[in-house]
Write a protein that binds this ligand. Structure first.
Ligand code: ATP
Length: 202
C-alpha cells in the first residue's frame, strides 16, 4: 500500500529506538537524519554545492562537509543557515522520495525530527505518530548519550517545537518514559492498526 506514517519526537525522545521496533515488524524506515548525513560525507550529493557556496575551506581533506566549521558559520548567522538549508532540503526531499518509491515493507515510516515544524512534511504523511516523553527524561538521556550538559540540551530543546505542540499535531502517541517491554506491546498494537490502514489504501 501507499500508507505513509510520519514518526517524530523531541531530541532523545526515543524515535530511533521505537522506529526500529516497527522495522522489525515489517515497516520500511526512511530516516531523514541518516539521509541528511549521507549527503555530506565524502562523495555525498551536497558536497559540490557546499564547496561552491561556502568555499573549499568548508570541505575536509577527505571530501566531507567540515561539520565543526559549518556549525560555527551558521550558528550566529541565519542568512548562512538558510543558504545551507536551501542546498540540503531539496536534496533530502529527493532522496527521501527515491527511498520511498523503492520501499518494500508493509508501509513506510518517515522518521523526521522536525516534522511538526514543517508544513511540507505534515502534508506528505497520512498519519503522525509522536514519541513523547517527560522533558526530564529527555534531558537526562541526551546528557548521558551525547556528553552534553543540561544547558546545552535545553538550548536544543528550545529550538524545537514544544511538547504540547507535538501532542496537538499527533494522531497517535507513544509514551516512552516506561520500560521497553511495555512500549513494545504498544508498538505491536499500533502496527496492527497501520497494517489495516495500509490495506485500505491499496
Ligand atoms: P535523537 O533525536 O537525538 O536522534 P531519538 O529520539 O532517536 O534521539 P533514541 O536515540 O532512540 O532517541 O533514544 C535516546 C537515548 O535514550 C538512547 O540512548 C536510547 O538507548 C535511550 N532510550 C530510548 N528509549 C528508552 C527507554 N524506554 N528506556 C530507557 N532508555 C531509552
Amino acid at each position: 500500500g501507499n500508507f505513509s506514517l510520519g514518526l517524530t519526537g523531541g531530541i532523545g525522545s526515543g524515535k530511533t529506538t521505537i522506529a526500529n521496533m516497527f522495522a522489525e515488524l515489517g515497516a520500511t524506515l526512511i530516516d531523514t537524519d541518516l539521509i541528511a548525513h549521507q549527503l555530506t560525507i565524502p562523495g555525498g550529493l551536497a558536497i559540490p554545492a557546499i564547496r561552491e557556496q561556502f568555499g573549499p575551506k568548508f570541505i575536509t581533506t577527505q571530501g566531507a562537509m567540515d561539520r565543526a566549521a559549518i556549525r560555527q558559520l551558521v550558528f550566529a548567522d541565519t542568512e548562512q543557515k538558510h543558504k545551507l538549508e536551501a542546498i540540503l532540503h531539496p536534496l533530502i526531499r529527493t532522496e527521501t522520495e527515491r527511498e520511498a518509491a523503492q520501499a518494500k515493507g508493509d508501509y513506510r515510516i518517515f522518521v523526521v525530527p522536525l516534522l511538526v515544524e514543517s508544513g511540507n512534511w505534515k502534508q506528505r504523511v497520512d498519519r503522525i505518530l509522536v514519541v513523547d516523553c517527560d522533558e526530564e527524561t529527555q534531558i537526562s538521556r541526551v546528557m548521558s548519550r551525547n556528553q552534553l550538559n543540561r544547558e546545552e540540551v535545553t538550548a536544543i530543546m528550545r529550538n524545537q517545537a514544544s511538547r504540547q505542540d507535538r501532542l496537538t499535531a499527533a494522531d497517535d502517541v507513544i509514551n516512552n518514559d516506561g520500560d521497553l517491554k511495555k512500549i513494545r506491546d504498544e508498538v505491536l498494537r499500533l502496527h496492527q492498526r497501520y497494517l489495516q490502514l495500509a490495506d485500505f489504501s491499496k
